[in-house]
Ligand binder design. Structure first.
Ligand code: SF4
Length: 409
């Protein structure tokens, strides 16, 4: 997909910063972040998780730096990490300075719990000298008590004010290499806070709904907040905060950006019909098996699994590849054109084989190599299914006739 031709609101202009090799803000691609859940002092376990996060779409990874052992761990982890690392700092100025000494490519400070101006300015000066950016990470749940009091709660205005005050301290020491987040667990508060932040600052914004919770509710809340803002052109980097394996956060972030057309597809996009009375196979089972098999290959392709050949190939004609169930057989299609027929039990294997060939040879070559008799077979199955079950398989016309009969005075 041509990401420059996206019909969402134009992206709000922000200045650009660099978190190690990853640019954030300006015209840089919107980046995905996640956070490790291992003890940072456990170097091997943390690196293993960082690699898993990077493989699943994370561009930047954050690790907690909560004690000296964690900072020492970071000194070993940073040079071996495949992506830039940000140290998460709460309360302790020493940990911010130690993380910078460990070589991290970014810091996250929480203005709600690192409150002394002299300490804030000390960290900003050190980050300035090392060329390391800082995220001002305001969180509704740990807002500075003074600001909470002043605004009568963790309102959107209060969250933005907290970021503004922190930024003012940074600017006192000539540091503005900053991105900002104003997260809340309430989706509506978070949306309002980021809208206000976008009007107030030209620094890149890091989006997130904090403490969104376990799947699937956490995913819904995160998507509701993040996608709303992205559609308005707000946001330069994002993190889903899920009570789940952080790999799910990275995947969700990447998939959201791909779904909105804001990043090129890197992996599989599996679409499947919801199934209905016409379905000739167990769509959930076939789709799940296909997803597992295709994800393992990591191919950048859109694949459709459709429950019947009556509507499937047409409804999913935009997919690179798909399969629709006919009479005990599967009809393979490429961009809506039937290219082959396979036994029902071979549907997933056939999809996987064809996906590999499409990625290797291209759609046009695979269309040229199609089985020309397959379209006739699909048409025959389609006609037979309509004959068997009628066009009105869900009995809508019958119901409408009854409604009209009853509704007529
Ligand atoms: S593709 Fe066929 S089975 Fe799936 S929802 Fe559409 S009509 Fe129903």
């Amino acid at each position: 997909m041509d990401v420059s031709a996206n019909p969402l609101s134009p992206r709000r202009p922000t200045r650009q910063i660099s978190v190690g090799s990853v640019k954030v803000g300006g015209d840089a691609p919107i980046s995905v972040q996640s956070m490790t859940t291992t003890k940072t002092a456990n170097v091997e376990a943390t690196l293993e998780q960082i690699y898993a996060l990077a493989a699943n779409g994370a561009d930047i990874v954050r690790c907690t730096c909560n004690d000296a052992a964690a900072a020492e761990g970071l000194a070993h982890i940073v040079p071996r990490s495949p992506v830039p690392l940000v140290a998460d700092i709460h309360f302790h100025v020493e940990m911010a300075l130690a993380a910078l000494a460990a070589g991290v490519q970014g810091l996250r400070l929480n203005p709600g719990n690192l409150r002394k101006p002299s300490e804030i300015k000390l960290v900003a000066s050190e980050a300035r000298d090392r060329g390391v950016p800082i995220r001002i990470g305001v969180n509704a749940g740990s807002l500075h008590p003074e600001i909470y009091e002043q605004f009568g709660g963790a309102t959107p205005e209060a969250l933005v004010e907290s970021a503004r005050r922190e930024l003012a301290y940074f600017e006192e020491v000539g540091f503005s290499d900053v991105k900002i987040s104003v997260k809340a667990s309430s989706v509506s508060t978070m949306i309002a806070a980021y809208r206000l932040a976008s009007e107030t600052f030209d620094h890149p914004l890091h989006l997130g709904v904090t403490e969104a919770g376990p799947l699937p509710g956490g995913l819904v809340k995160g998507t509701a907040g993040i996608a709303t803002l992205l559609a308005e052109g707000i946001g330069d980097t994002l993190r889903y905060s899920l009570t789940a394996d952080p790999v799910e956060e990275a995947r969700a972030g990447r998939q959201l950006l791909e779904a909105l057309g804001l990043r090129e597809r890197k992996g599989l996009d599996l679409i499947a019909c919801p199934s209905c009375g016409r379905a000739e196979v167990d769509v959930i089972k076939v789709a799940t098996e296909a997803q597992t098999a295709l994800e393992a290959l990591g191919l950048p392709i859109q694949v459709a699994v459709m429950g019947c050949v009556v509507n499937g190939p047409g409804e999913a004609r935009h997919a690179d590849l798909g399969i629709a169930a006919g009479k005990h057989r599967g009809h393979l299609f490429i961009r809506g054109e039937i290219v082959g027929v396979v036994p029902e039990g071979d549907m997933v294997a056939a999809l996987v084989e064809e996906a590999k060939k499409i990625v290797a040879e291209g759609v046009e070559a695979r269309l040229a190599a199609r089985d020309v008799s397959a379209a006739d077979a699909a048409a025959a199955d389609r006609a037979e299914l309509i004959d068997d079950r009628g066009v009105d398989v869900n009995h809508a016309q019958q119901r409408i006739a009854e409604i009209r009969r009853r509704a007529t005075p």
